[in-house]
Design a protein around this ligand. Structure first.
Ligand SMILES: Cc1cc2nc3c(=O)[nH]c(=O)nc-3n(C[C@H](O)[C@H](O)[C@H](O)COP(=O)(O)OP(=O)(O)OC[C@H]3O[C@@H](n4cnc5c(N)ncnc54)[C@H](O)[C@@H]3O)c2cc1C
Length: 396
């Protein structure tokens, strides 16, 4: 059996589905192939889905700001909800990082981000449960927040399909050959797809899938453990995301009574190769006790968590590159990759999708993505924040 398409997107996570949407919207004959039975079951499914413009690299600030605007109008544009909760995003630092936060916030403001510096007391007015004794300074983005990963990825997939894209699930790619003008891609079923353009959006599988296309994509899976704690009855409903750069944790509402606790400490990540049949999604006792400790240090009433109150725990795989920034690049005129988002890609998906669609269609880049090229690693030109935090380092 053989099928033909103008553009073949490989991988039906958030990046693949967003790319397929923008391609279909432009009228291109688009096919997406995903090895799972439905979209977004891998890294996307475990995402905190936090949306913010807080980065130390101006290019990323600009991309994240534009993407944040798209999340705000997502439901109207896509016609299906993404579950965006624009509850705000905040950062807390101690004296050692205070000047850095002043500089980074000034940079954000100069780029048009609605961001402001707050005293810890002012932040406590916004998040009354937060403990501020050890904090020197805060920053706040009222337009940030978080969305729903399953809703967002399903929305992009559904809209792409409505616009004519051919989405194929349970269709893992097993082979690829260049025929000069494009690609012959073989699925496990034996079917071959002839594609003029291919966009790789293969997350943690980018190394083996990239190799089928002659690419060496340095993407390494790293396991991040998440603990959702019960909040006290006095602390329910949504609250702004709190990024605690003192204790290296981030906190987000999870439903009405839960608190998602994630680590911002690279030392807590473990390299973890995904197997074709999945990976161990459990969370270790150390991660649970760290999450409880960090939550009790940062929030009133969370000391109760020491006595129990774990709602659920799970792990997800960050798709890391050596500098913790994505690869958004083209290789010749028929192959493109959007991979290696290193645990912070959710917020960027709307702009990544449009940028990769433009690449596949041979259009001018709609956004500046020129810093995200693959050769930067071999050339030792990693993308680095000009404002590295003392403990969080380059994570922001
Ligand atoms: C715990 C956790 C918390 C996070 N929190 C945030 C956050 O708060 N904010 C934020 O911005 N980002 C966050 N992220 C990161 C964000 O979720 C990811 O960057 C993003 O979801 C990556 O999407 P993707 O489409 O590149 O990868 P994936 O969702 O992994 O999709 C890749 C797809 O490729 C498919 N595939 C693989 N091999 C094949 C094959 N042979 N044939 C066909 N298909 C194949 C896979 O099945 C998969 O569906 C978080 C990630 C994790 C793990």
């Amino acid at each position: 059996m053989a099928a033909a398409t103008d553009v073949l997107v490989i991988g039906g996570g958030l990046m693949g589905c967003a790319t397929a949407y923008y391609l279909a919207k432009s009228g291109a004959k688009t096919m997406l192939i995903e090895r799972n039975p439905s979209p977004g079951l891998e890294t996307t499914a475990r995402s905190g889905a936090i949306i913010r413009a807080h980065y130390g690299v101006p290019t990323l600030v600009k991309l994240a700001l534009e993407a944040n605007k798209r999340y705000a109008r997502f439901d109207d544009e896509i016609g299906h909800p993404c579950g965006f909760v624009p509850g705000g995003y905040s950062v807390l630092v101690d004296e050692g990082d205070a000047q850095n936060l002043r500089d980074i916030t000034a940079m954000h403001q100069s780029l048009g981000v609605n961001a402001q510096l707050l005293t810890p007391a002012e932040l406590k007015e916004i998040v009354p449960a937060v403990k501020i004794d050890d904090a020197a300074l805060g920053a706040y983005e009222p337009d940030g927040g978080f969305a729903s990963p399953p809703q967002t990825v399903t929305a992009y997939a559904a809209r792409a399909k409505e616009l004519g894209a051919d989405l194929r699930f349970e269709s893992p790619v097993t082979e690829a050959h260049s025929d000069g003008a494009g690609w012959q891609v073989t699925l496990r079923s034996g079917e071959t797809i002839s594609a003029g353009q291919v966009v790789l959006c293969t997350g943690n599988w980018s190394k083996p899938i990239g190799a089928l296309f002659g690419l060496d994509l340095p993407v390494t899976p790293a396991r991040a453990q998440i603990v959702v704690l019960e909040r006290p009855a006095s602390f329910t409903g949504t609250f702004p995301v709190v990024s605690d750069l003192i204790n290296l944790a981030y906190f987000r509402a999870d439903g009405d009574s839960g608190m998602w606790v994630g680590s911002s400490d690279n030392a807590d990540l473990s390299e973890y190769l995904p197997r074709p049949d999945g990976f161990d999604e459990t969370t270790g006792a150390q991660a649970v006790s760290d999450a409880r400790r960090k939550a009790s240090l940062r929030f009133e009433g969370m000391e109760e968590g020491d006595k129990g109150g774990v709602q659920r725990t799970f792990s997800g795989l960050y798709e890391t590159t050596p500098d913790w920034q994505p690869i958004l690049d083209s290789f010749g005129s028929t192959l493109h990759a959007a991979v290696g988002f290193s645990g912070h890609g959710f917020k960027l998906a709307p702009v990544v999708g449009e940028a990769m669609a433009a690449r596949a269609l041979g259009l001018t880049d709609p956004f500046d993505i020129s810093i995200f090229t693959l050769p930067r690693f071999a050339e030792e030109r990693p993308i680095r924040s000009s404002y590295p935090y003392l403990r969080a380092k380059f994570l922001r």
